[in-house]
Each structure stands twice: as C-alpha cells, then as structure tokens.
Write a protein that binds this ligand. Structure first.
Ligand code: ATP
Ligand code: MG
Length: 309
C-alpha cells in the first residue's frame, strides 16, 4: 500500500504560559492520516488545536509526546520540508513589492535559481489569476488577492504537499470560490492538500476526508462520504404537502416532514418499496430517492455537542 502523505499518532503539545509558567495543553491526543492526492480538512471550533497541529507538522513546535510522518519521512526531516508548501493563518508579506517581484524574492529564499523562477513566476500568477495585476504593489491588493498571492508563494517550490491554515478565512463568496477552484486545480495536478477551515460548506464541496478535533483530541475522522452517509436509511422526496399522505406514511417511515411544497420521507432502506407503494396509492409524485446523508454542518455540530466537556 502507498505511504500516506501525513500521519500523526497520539500527539500531545502543551505550552508554558504566564508568570508561573503554568502548562496549558493545546493538543491533548491527536491522531490523523492523510492519503496522498486527497484534499484533507482539519475541522474544529476555535482553540481546538488546529494551528498547533499544523505547527507540529511543519516542525515549528515539537510535540511533548507522539510521533508522525510527512511524505514518508519522520516529522522534522528536512527532505520532507523541501517538498512542502505552506500558507499560514495570517500571512504577512512585504507589501512594497509587486506580486511578481515578491514571488521572485520568496523563490530566492527557497534557493530557487533565477532561470527556474523566471519560468515559474508567470505560471503561478496565471494559476491564481493575478497575472493582470502582477505589476501592482501588494499594499494595493484586496484580501482575496493577497490570499491568492499567498497560495502562489506556497507553491513556489512545486511542493507535493500544500498545508494551508484557513485558506478562505475572511473572503467573500466569490473569493472563496476562487480559492476553491485553485485547490481543485492543484488536486488535478496530483498534489495533496491539507487545510484547516471553519467554512463547512466549502469543506463539504472539496474535501475527500476530514478530521474533527475538539479540545485537542481527534473526535471523528474518515472519508467524508462514509462519515456523512446514514447507513441503511433512504430519503424519498415527493411533490406536494397532502396531510393525508402524512398520516399514511408515518407508520412506514422513521421521519416525515412537509414544507416548501414537498414531503420528505426518511425510511429504513429495506422498507423503501413499501413507502413508495403507499405514496403511489395516494397519487403522489416522487422527485427523488437517495441514500440519506447528513450535511457536514449537522455532523460537525452533533460531534462537537457529543464531545463537549
Ligand atoms: N504559543 C502558545 N502559548 C500558549 N498557549 C497557546 C499557544 N498557542 C496556542 N495556544 C493555546 O492552545 C489552544 C489551541 O490553539 P490553536 O491556535 O492551535 O487553536 P485553533 O484550533 O487553530 O483555533 P482557531 O480556530 O481559533 O484558529 C488554545 O487554547 C490556545 O490559546
Ligand atoms: Mg488556528
């Protein structure tokens, strides 16, 4: 089996804070796996330990306990760092530079040769849609443009794994969509993306696997499709809000709701046919019948409530 892009096993990290240097636990017991080629989402409420986890991955802080691997190398191995790209939570760039000059400067920090940079800079500016504005200094950029510049800077070394701490935070829906499209393009190019996010609908659209962390612990993780599927349940949607249908379907269904001109019926999958027959007898028109799925928001809120102190 192929080696995963990232593993973390039972990571614990605490900080000493205040005058008395009291220990504050930021990450208590965190484990995760990211498959190569995936877009992986690290989710959790404020203060759950996401940024600390990313810092552990990048070798910015060392865990007190636990271990892990990055691109097949142990945590902290330089060889893996050369194949990493990183977009921090609140990036700061020299804003007197133009996007083009900024990319060249950051590329030099990476030790990239001038010839390579001359080729890669315009390619990256195209990828993030900043070619037209590449002559403007960064202080004239909107937040969305700066975030896209940040993504370009994270890709300078053509990394295999891109780690992004809240890539869409503070962006309007258009800006979020632009970032999302860039991430999907990166996945097409075979890159693995590890992101933390509070934008659940965005995560639901682009991530193939997620971990939910709360109070420094992994509380749920897996393929998004598996986590959201409600096994053995089917949702049937019919046109109309006939009260007679409600009475007839309640004995068959686990849940029936009527709103917005529709009747939504959740049934155990093996009684789907019975529910359809009942509805057919009443002359109801079916719109769809699909495996029942939670929304990521429902899963997230349910998971956090279940695991709250
Ligand atoms: N350098 C530090 N010193 C002391 N405590 C810290 C430090 N960094 C983080 N913490 C604490 O660790 C906990 C986890 O913080 P972290 O920044 O990892 O959370 P997060 O999940 O990224 O939150 P957010 O969604 O708000 O960005 C918080 O309680 C925070 O106060
Ligand atoms: Mg954070």
């Amino acid at each position: 089996m192929e080696k995963p892009a990232v593993t973390l096993n039972n990571i614990k990290k605490s900080y000493r804070t205040g005058l008395r240097m009291k220990r504050k636990v930021a990450v208590e017991d965190l484990s995760l796996d990211v498959t190569r080629g995936d877009i992986f989402g690290l989710l959790g409420p404020n203060g759950a330990g996401k940024t600390t986890t990313i810092k552990v991955l990048l070798g910015i802080v060392f865990p007190d306990e636990g271990n892990g691997s990055l691109l097949g190398c142990p945590l902290g191995d330089r060889k893996a760092h050369e194949r990493l790209g990183f977009l921090p939570e609140q990036p700061y760039f020299y804003n007197f530079l133009t996007a083009e000059k900024g990319l060249v400067l950051y590329g030099k920090f990476f030790g990239l040769e001038h010839r390579l940079l001359a080729k890669r800079t315009p390619e990256l500016l195209d990828l993030v849609g900043l070619r037209q504005d590449s002559h403007l200094t960064l202080d004239k950029y909107s937040k969305g443009m700066l975030q896209r510049f940040g993504i370009a800077q994270a890709l300078l070394n053509d990394p295999d794994l891109v780690i992004m701490d809240e890539p869409s935070s503070g962006l309007d829906p258009l800006g979020q969509k632009e970032v999302r499209d860039i991430l999907l393009q990166l996945r097409e190019r075979g890159k693995t993306i590890f992101l933390s996010s509070h934008q659940l609908s965005e995560v639901e659209t682009i991530c193939s696997s997620v971990s939910i962390v709360n109070m420094g612990r992994t509380v749920k993780q897996g393929r998004l499709d598996d986590l959201l599927a409600v096994r053995g349940m089917t949702r049937i949607i019919f046109k109309g809000e006939d009260p007679a249908a409600l009475d007839a379907l309640i004995p068959v269904a686990s849940d029936v709701e009527q709103s917005d001109g529709r009747t939504v019926v959740d049934v155990e999958t093996d009684v789907t046919f019975r529910a359809l027959e009942t509805a057919h007898g009443l002359g109801m028109e079916m719109i769809s019948a699909t495996p029942l799925r939670l929304s990521l928001e429902e899963l997230f809120l349910e998971t956090i409530r279940e695991t709250a102190g």
